[in-house]
Design a protein around this ligand. Sequence first.
Ligand code: S3P
Length: 181
Amino acid sequence: MLLEVPSPLILVGFMGSGKSTVGRALAQRLGWHFADLDDRIEAAAGRAIREIFRERGEADFRELERRELLQLLGESRSRHTVLALGGGTFAQPQNYEPIRCSGGCTIFLEVPLEELLVRCARMENRPLFRDEASFRALYEYRLGFYRQAAVTVEAGGAEPGAISERVLEQVRRWRPSLRPA
Ligand code: S3P
């Protein structure tokens, strides 16, 4: 039986977990539209995320993030969409209601912390990656939020194509009624 894939597919997880890369591969595999929340925020603000953090602070960034999230969720009603959130978007409980109302399926890309550390140490555009200790603490704090996603996919040590297949396998089996309260 061909099981339908819910839309939007919403990828959540810590910075460096591959939300954008896997999201692109997934959208290509399905022939769906791909949207990246960080890209939308940068386009709307006309500056890089690290500059938004530096000039306006995190609270302003979260407001901008929420505004663009609502916009993208609205747009996803008219076309099948894979949506990659930022690492902190799903750790803001005020974002849960609009995400739930979108009728989509949230997917936590779970990558071991040690692998995330290696990946993020090579990246310079992550304003919240200050040092290893605060990175670990933030990860521990956010894990409980990410675990509220409808499905969890192991996303460490594999190619984006293989991870997208795992995502598809799981979301095809997922039904909204199975979502934890
Ligand atoms: C953030 C993660 C970033 C970006 C911003 C804040 C976070 O997205 O939204 O720097 O709070 O973890 P990525 O997860 O794509 O790096």
